[in-house]
Design a protein around this ligand. Structure first.
Ligand code: PRP
Length: 223
């Protein structure tokens, strides 16, 4: 007697991306979490075919690399920062933002290479360190968990590296963007072993998401 097929496990980034992810999965005809999520961290689809893990965005690649989830959806920003060994079968058309170097608008326009040991606040220490290393600048990286824009305003840092979407947070705090370090958008990731084994469930989900990717965006979602 064959054992019943186990649910496919998908780790989703909780927060800003969640609504867009669920909308996209819905358009792809993938069974969505049933009922009211509330504070629950594990949600099942009504038919039991998909189990969703609601994780902090930066942790999604970790769940997928270790096989606690077969698939995951997060931003390229946290994926590149986490440096996890996962497969990236598909970029998804939402969650667009950029990781940028920014600072006070009143700052003198000094080329980075002439700056001696700038203090840089960020929630992306790996990508920030790499950016400065590649330019031969000896930066002191200060890691913060959020509201990074505060750092130059109170003298904690000379510069910040943070995500910019509309630019409103920078503008509201008198900060300006100097460089784009990484362009980001949502990405589907897969555990390497699970992808290689290509269970029917994984293959079917990737194929359905690919199909929506190729469809024009419905007029109602265009701004
Ligand atoms: C993110 C990011 C910026 C802001 C950018 O923060 O870190 O602060 O959004 O968006 P904008 O360009 O549209 O203003 P989030 O609100 O996720 O919280 P956090 O600062 O605690 O990370």
């Amino acid at each position: 007697m064959s054992s019943p097929a186990r649910s496919l496990v998908m780790a989703l980034a909780k927060g800003r991306l969640t609504d867009d992810i669920l909308d996209y999965l819905g358009r792809a005809g993938i069974p969505l979490p049933a009922g009211d999520a509330g504070r629950k961290l594990i949600l099942e689809s009504a038919d039991g075919s998909v189990r969703y893990i609601m994780a902090k965005p930066a942790d999604v690649p970790t769940y997928v690399e270790y096989g606690a989830a077969d698939l995951g959806i997060c931003g390229l920003d946290v994926l590149r920062e986490a440096k996890r060994d996962v497969y990236e079968p598909l970029l998804l058309p939402f969650g667009y933002c950029r990781l940028s170097l920014a600072g006070l608008g009143t700052r003198p326009d000094t080329p980075l290479r002439y700056e001696s040991q700038p203090r840089v606040a960020t929630s992306f220490p790996n990508l920030t360190a790499e950016f400065f290393r590649q330019r031969g600048v000896n930066a002191e990286i200060i890691t913060l968990k959020g509201s990074v824009e505060l750092a130059p305003l109170v003298g904690l840092a000379d510069l910040i590296v943070d995500l910019v979407e509309s630019g409103n947070t920078l503008r509201a705090n008198g900060l300006v963007e100097f460089r784009t370090i990484l362009k980001s958008q949502a990405v589907l990731i897969a555990n390497r072993a699970a992808y290689r084994l290509q269970s029917d469930a994984i293959r079917s989900i990737i194929a359905r998401l690919r199909q929506v990717n190729q469809q024009p965006i419905p007029a109602t979602t265009l701004s």
